[in-house]
Design a binder for this molecule. Structure first.
Ligand SMILES: [Cu+2]
Length: 338
């Protein structure tokens, strides 16, 4: 039944009229700028830059293992987006292709129990889960892989509330034993390591459970007392890909000064690392005692001016927490630190 412009017959959809269609179109036209503004605002509010885009929010790690995990994450997101686009396309195609046609008196043909189709959409998700599982396992195996022969092996001993780093294979002149760097309440221990080399970490706690965590490694591992008796895998390896100072923390709530249990990884070129370890095994003529970590860093810095802040005697990423409970002021960075 035809109607005059702007009126509708009882029981008919108002958008069937030309007037109604125009109203719907104008509402749609008004919503488009709002939708675009929301998308733009969302992108701006996310704080991401174009360089972050390939990582899809994954933090930037500094080890070979972290890069592999990032690759897995990025490809997983790309695969999810591709499948999402396909599903959205199928949805919208079916919305429009099979909608009730204008002037059509009946609904489109309804179908059900299409066995081949049901088998397909049961099998496809299973394949997707299997593919994701395969890449999850291979990535995890890569991250946890241990080479038979590491280039540098360090003993990491955690205790309330400091770290002790020992370099296997080193012998301190006149004193014996391996080179150790031990944190105190006045000094954050610096673990100097070479870039591009396989580092092996042996973890053990002297008391409670701690956790060795360097955020830039995108990796952490709980540190148990007596790891053999506790049947824990206390050894892992990684390869640091770039120089820099990276803060390390205890990631297990281990007691009163847990938050003070920081350290710093100093990743340096191999020649600087070799000289540092050489010095740490020697007696410092100025003191008559073996070189401390700070004295060795100062000496290496003077021999290799290009070392710059990488040879700073104190940590540059964190600072000791003042354990004095009476001190009301917040701890401040050490001179030269940040
Ligand atoms: Cu701890």
């Amino acid at each position: 039944m035809r109607t005059r412009r702007g009126t509708t017959a009882p029981g008919r959809c108002p958008f069937r009229t030309r007037e109604g269609a125009r109203v719907a179109r104008s509402r749609g036209a008004r919503r488009w700028p709002l939708a675009v503004a929301l998308v733009v605002a969302g992108l701006l509010a996310s704080g991401c830059s174009s360089t972050d885009l390939p990582r899809f929010g994954w933090p930037e790690g500094v080890t070979e293992q972290a890069r592999r995990m990032q690759g897995f994450w990025s490809w997983s997101v790309i695969a999810a987006l591709a499948i999402g686009v396909l599903v959205w396309a199928l949805m919208f195609w079916s919305f429009f292709a099979y909608r009730k046609k204008k002037n059509s008196p009946t609904y489109p043909k309804q179908t059900k129990e299409n066995l081949p189709l049901e088998l397909v959409y049961t099998a496809v998700p299973l394949v997707m889960v299997a593919v994701l599982f395969y890449f999850t396992v291979t990535t995890e195996n890569f991250v946890l892989k241990k080479d038979a022969q590491a280039d540098v092996t360090v003993d990491v001993v955690a205790q309330k509330w400091a770290w002790d780093f020992g370099y296997q294979g080193t012998v301190v002149e006149n004193v014996g034993g391996e080179v150790h760097t031990i944190g105190t309440s006045d000094e954050v221990p610096i673990l100097v390591l070479p870039v591009g080399k396989t580092i092996e970490y042996h973890l053990e706690s002297q008391d409670v459970i701690h956790s060795f965590w360097v955020p830039d490694f995108l990796f952490k591992r709980d540190v148990f007392p007596d790891p053999e008796a506790n049947a824990t895998d206390n050894v892992f390896q990684n390869k640091i890909e770039r120089t820099g100072a990276f803060v390390g923390r205890c990631a297990e709530l281990c007691g009163t000064y847990h938050s003070a249990m920081n350290f710093e990884v100093r990743a340096v070129p191999e020649n600087i690392y070799n000289r540092y370890i050489e010095l740490r095994q020697q007696v410092d003529q100025a003191t008559g005692a073996p070189y401390t970590a700070a004295a060795a860093l100062i000496q290496v810095g003077s021999e290799f001016p290009e070392c710059g802040d990488l040879c700073a005697e104190r940590s540059t990423t964190t600072y000791p927490l003042d354990p004095d409970r009476e001190a009301k002021a917040a701890s401040q960075p050490q001179a030269g630190g940040s």
